[in-house]
Design a protein around this ligand. Structure first.
Ligand SMILES: [Cu+2]
Length: 146
């Protein structure tokens, strides 16, 4: 997928700030996909994430770690999550990952990007109360395979 230069710059800046660390950490501005409703309680879900290693490389196993908190910054446990990696161009198979809960609102998913470039991680899930959540995370600049 193509990012606007400004969006890309923001991501690269974040990468640079954290260079030297194994993981990239920032709370993403969580974007709602179509159908998002302002009154939806799932809107209050905050997703922060890291990739290990970061930046990721195509063809190399990585672990995505997600932390889910509510509007009061309390950890959200017992969420059934699914994770799917997508690129925007046609003919490109998506990558799905099993998500394991690690406690304290933390979740882990091993995955592998199959191509260098810009990816979207689509996080979907169901809260214990039954509310559906859908968030997307932009992963810019996955590096080519070694
Ligand atoms: Cu692709």
């Amino acid at each position: 997928m193509r990012l606007e230069p400004r969006a890309q710059h923001r991501v690269l800046t974040a990468l640079r700030l954290r260079s030297g660390q194994a993981a990239l950490v920032f709370v993403c501005s969580v974007l709602c996909l179509a159908g998002c409703d302002r009154t939806d309680p799932a809107d209050a879900v905050r997703v922060s994430w890291t990739l290990d290693p970061s930046p990721p490389r195509a063809g190399t196993p990585i672990v995505a770690r997600l932390t889910l908190r509510d509007a009061a910054q309390q950890p959200l446990t017992g969420v059934h999550l699914r994770l799917e990696g997508l690129m925007s161009h046609p003919g490109m198979a998506s990558v799905s990952a099993a998500v394991v809960e690690r406690g304290n609102g933390e979740y882990e998913a091993p995955l592998q990007f199959t191509m260098a470039g810009d990816w979207i991680l689509l996080v979907t899930g169901e809260l214990p109360g039954g509310e559906q959540i859908k968030k997307q995370i932009e992963i810019a600049g996955v590096r080519p395979a070694p």
